[in-house]
Design a binder for this molecule. Structure first.
Ligand SMILES: [Zn+2]
Length: 415
């Protein structure tokens, strides 16, 4: 049979095998197909996911107000100076004074934010049906996070203050490099030591799911021998997958909600997206972005700290930048920066996510499965925002954008 004829027969057979599938080609109406997918979600469900996601916009603001308020309180009531003085009375070693201060700071700020954290990550998640954990196990996870922050955050704070003390003129440069080292070490150990503290990671054993994934990995030059399953249903109902690790600790993990709620084709489309992150080196590109952002942040920190201390330093009883009591001020400056950076950071991430989506469409070639997954992600992400709203608040493409990408791919690539 001539090649073109074989191709035409194959398309006819394919078309008849998928009931109701529209013929692909330039005549295929991308917008109508996208709208048809979005219309599959009942109005009440859509309203609930919109409310959940839009509430998140306000949480960004309230998180900031809460953090800023606590910093303000610690500085103006001179609690911060008192915690420093107590640390000085407890030990004469400066590095240990920094850790003692850090412990007090963490205990006080954790206690003051606790009611807000309970509302935001326990009560509200249950209210929208996204959480599965009862209060006890949830609190257990919170305590593990506290322990990790105490130890790892303590090491980072001790190193940064040691740099400020020993390199008073150039600390903002060395601070950037030290922060990059922490970031790299954190990414390196996260999949091996940190994430298993909260969830169980087991190699996926179901060959009917695992083998096609490993074939796709090999076809795309990914040296994977295992795919991991994580028991995310311990905490939530969300479907998700991720690539984590660095320099050889990389791994793709699929959560059990995804495995339970998706068809094999849908699972493959999620895996294809994660492979896109891997092949396009998004982890390393993210590190480069972090380097630029940290450089700007530390330059801003240096000048703002100096100016604020010149004006209020004696009132707060803070002796200078190398005095650990300055920490709440540094946290305040970083949180203002973080708030302003929100739309830029989201856009950087969302752009990489869009790249991974396009990679997935070309690698897996199942646009309809991908569109179905985009709808399922609509459980916790607003499906059809306005363009400015998507630009500011979305760290992943919205459901509409993702389905539109899939339908455009379907219109122009399947012949
Ligand atoms: Zn992604």
């Amino acid at each position: 049979m001539r090649a073109w004829l074989r191709c035409a027969v194959a398309i006819l057979l394919l078309g008849s095998a998928v009931p109701g599938a529209q013929a692909a080609g330039p005549a295929f109406d991308v917008k109508a197909a996208t709208d048809a997918y979005l219309a599959k979600v009942p109005a009440a469900k859509r309203a609930q996911s919109d409310a959940y996601f839009e509430g998140g916009y306000w949480l960004i603001l309230w998180d900031f107000v809460w953090t800023a308020g606590i910093s303000y309180l610690l500085l103006f009531t001179r609690w911060s100076a008192r915690m420093r003085s107590l640390a000085e009375r407890i030990t004469r070693f400066r590095w240990l004074q920094t850790f003692v201060y850090w412990t007090q700071y963490l205990v006080v700020t954790t206690a003051l934010t606790f009611p807000w954290v309970v509302y935001e990550s326990f009560y509200r998640e249950h209210e929208y049906g996204l959480a599965t954990q009862t209060f006890g196990p949830w609190l257990g996870d919170q305590m593990k996070s506290f322990g990790l922050t105490l130890v790892l955050g303590g090491l980072a704070v001790m190193a940064l203050f040691a740099i400020v003390r020993s390199l008073p003129r150039t600390w903002h440069v060395w601070g950037v490099l030290a922060s990059m080292v922490f970031l790299i070490l954190g990414s390196l150990i996260a999949p091996v030591f940190i994430m298993p503290l909260f969830n169980k990671y087991t190699p996926l054993t179901d060959a009917s799911i695992r083998d096609p994934i490993l074939s796709l990995a090999r076809a795309n030059g990914i040296p994977a021998t295992d795919v991991y399953e994580v028991d995310a249903s311990r905490q939530s109902t969300r479907i998700s997958a991720n690539v984590s690790g660095l320099f050889g600790t990389e791994r793709i993990s699929l959560n059990d909600n995804l495995l339970n709620r998706c068809t094999p084709a849908e699972i493959m489309s999620v895996v294809g997206h994660e492979m896109g992150h891997y092949v396009l080196n998004h982890v390393y590109k993210d590190l480069l972005v972090s380097l630029v952002v940290m450089t700007i942040l530390f330059a801003g920190l240096r000048s703002t700290l100096a100016r604020s201390l010149g004006r209020w330093g004696s009132r707060w009883e803070i002796r200078g930048v190398s005095d650990v009591a300055v920490l709440p001020l540094a946290v305040l400056i970083v949180s203002v920066f973080g708030l302003l950076y929100t739309p830029i950071g989201n856009t950087v991430t969302r752009t990489a996510e869009q790249e991974a989506d396009m990679y997935e469409l070309n690698a897996v070639r199942q646009p309809d499965a991908f569109a179905e997954v985009a709808l399922k992600l609509g459980d916790y992400r607003k499906l059809s925002p306005g363009p400015v709203e998507e630009w500011i608040f979305f760290d992943h493409p919205s459901g509409r954008t993702r389905i539109e990408s899939a339908m455009r791919w379907k219109a122009w690539s399947v012949h």
